[in-house]
Ligand binder design. Structure first.
Ligand code: UD1
Ligand code: UDP
Length: 393
């Protein structure tokens, strides 16, 4: 039996690992356990509840104002003990958070093979996104198996001299998660959205990235405020990240604006339906750049760069930047220019067809069977040599 430990700590990792956990856990040849760092607490628990995942290990480490040093150090030490207890044959991590990096390092220190789900995303800029670009680069230095969402991600890994036979293009597991939730119907009325006028053009906004903290985030919000103040037909729904720094910036710019609906972070199920019901999405999130186009919604990226260039090339997302004027201009363009809107809404999404988790599971099974065959052949050779020695002596 192969023992697999899945490690994650934040909302997006949990969403993207949940469907994979469900599939791996059904395999009779695998013993699968989940360890959470709980770098996020409430926002992670929302996902665990939705997908009915009960982690065997919970480091419960979130603190208000936690620094990158706090997260890295606590996760590394905590996971050392988890690895010693469970002794997995394989550790699976996801994406680019500080939990991801710490778990990868812990697996390396314990000499345990590491699989990286969502490997190979790059902007090429060490500080954008910060610290995610370095988190994923370092994780890929430490990994043994690379589950790359797209061909572009594979090419990025090849440029870093990763062996081609360790890289598998699978699509992104977020599409699997989205397909699981969106097919369950849901009314949005009870989620703090009763005041939203669905007859208007509803813009869904999310914003949380570290490199946007401070002035860039205020500028982004000013650009959106300009749009709302000038266009009566717009309502904005903003599920505000739990980080107090984000909340303070949102309060500073949006206080008193009744058509900007600031609500608590939504469970993934209502959030996926909210994306589907929105006219347009403005976000600095990674995952939402992959999900919203799968629902036919154009995305304006509130960043200066993206590690998802295939979405830009496909025309499903566009970089609006972090300046007030750029955000205002690009948003108005999509509200006013129906042709541009339709062009973005109707492009094919490059992140897969919702089979990524099955593919990853099959790859792990095939590797496992190959190892069994190698072991069996080695065993047979030893027996034959013994027989030969006995015969000739
Ligand atoms: C983290 C990840 C980022 C990811 C994002 C997804 C790192 C360094 N950053 O950033 O890559 O895109 O998660 O959302 O790994 N908080 C709560 N409750 C929660 C979650 C957060 O109160 O459920 C508050 C806490 O005060 C916490 C703060 O938010 O200290 C920041 O959380 P943290 O994980 O450090 O950073 P994020 O910006 O969420
Ligand atoms: N999401 C959610 N509820 C919300 C906002 C976002 O479930 O209120 C989901 C979203 O669909 C996506 C993920 O959270 O799958 C993105 O998380 P986040 O933006 O925090 O992180 P990132 O993708 O930027 O790392």
């Amino acid at each position: 039996m192969k023992k697999i430990l899945m490690v994650f700590g934040t909302r997006p990792e949990a969403i993207k690992m949940a469907p994979l956990y469900k599939i791996l856990a059904k395999e009779p040849d695998f013993i699968v356990r989940v360890a959470i760092t709980a770098q996020h607490r409430e926002m992670l628990d929302q996902v665990l509840d939705l997908f009915k995942i009960v982690p065997e290990y919970d480091l419960n480490m979130m603190k208000e104002g936690q620094t990158l040093y706090d997260i890295t150090a606590k996760a590394l030490i905590g996971l050392r003990d988890v690895l010693a207890d469970f002794e997995p044959d394989l550790v699976l991590v996801h994406g680019d958070t500080t939990t991801t990096l710490a778990a990868s390092l812990a697996a390396f220190y314990a000499s345990i093979p590491l699989g990286h789900v969502e490997a190979g995303l790059r902007t090429g800029d060490k500080f954008a996104p910060y610290p995610e670009e370095m988190n994923r680069c370092l994780t890929d230095v430490l990994s043994d198996f690379y589950f790359a969402p797209t061909k572009q991600n594979r090419d990025n890994l090849l440029l870093e001299n990763i062996d081609d036979d360790k890289i598998f293009i699978t699509g992104n597991t977020v599409i699997d998660a989205l397909m699981m939730t969106i097919k369950e119907p849901l009314s949005l009325d009870e989620f703090g959205l009763a005041d939203v006028d669905w007859n208007k053009k509803v813009i869904l906004l999310t914003c949380h990235r570290r490199e946007n903290w401070g002035e860039p985030m205020l500028e982004i919000f000013r650009g959106i405020r300009d749009v709302v103040e000038n266009r009566e037909e717009v309502d904005v729904v903003f599920p505000v990240h739990k980080n107090p720094r984000v909340r303070k910036a949102a309060e500073e710019i949006f206080a008193g604006l009744t058509r900007v609906h600031r609500i608590e972070p939504l469970d993934y199920h209502p959030f996926s339906h909210l994306m589907a019901r929105s006219y347009l999405v403005l976000t600095d999130s990674g995952g939402i750049q992959e999900e919203a186009p799968a629902l036919g919604k154009p995305v304006l990226v509130l960043r200066d760069t993206t590690e998802r260039p295939e979405a830009v090339a496909a025309g499903t997302v566009k970089i609006a930047g972090t300046g007030r004027e750029g955000v205002r201009r690009e948003t108005l363009a999509l509200l006013e220019d129906e042709e541009q809107y339709k062009r973005m809404a109707m492009q094919a999404n490059p992140y897969g067809d919702g089979t990524a988790c099955n593919q990853i599971c099959d790859i792990i099974k095939i590797r496992e069977n190959q190892q069994k065959i190698i072991f069996f052949v080695d065993f047979l050779v030893v027996i034959l040599i013994w027989q030969y020695i006995i015969l000739v002596m």
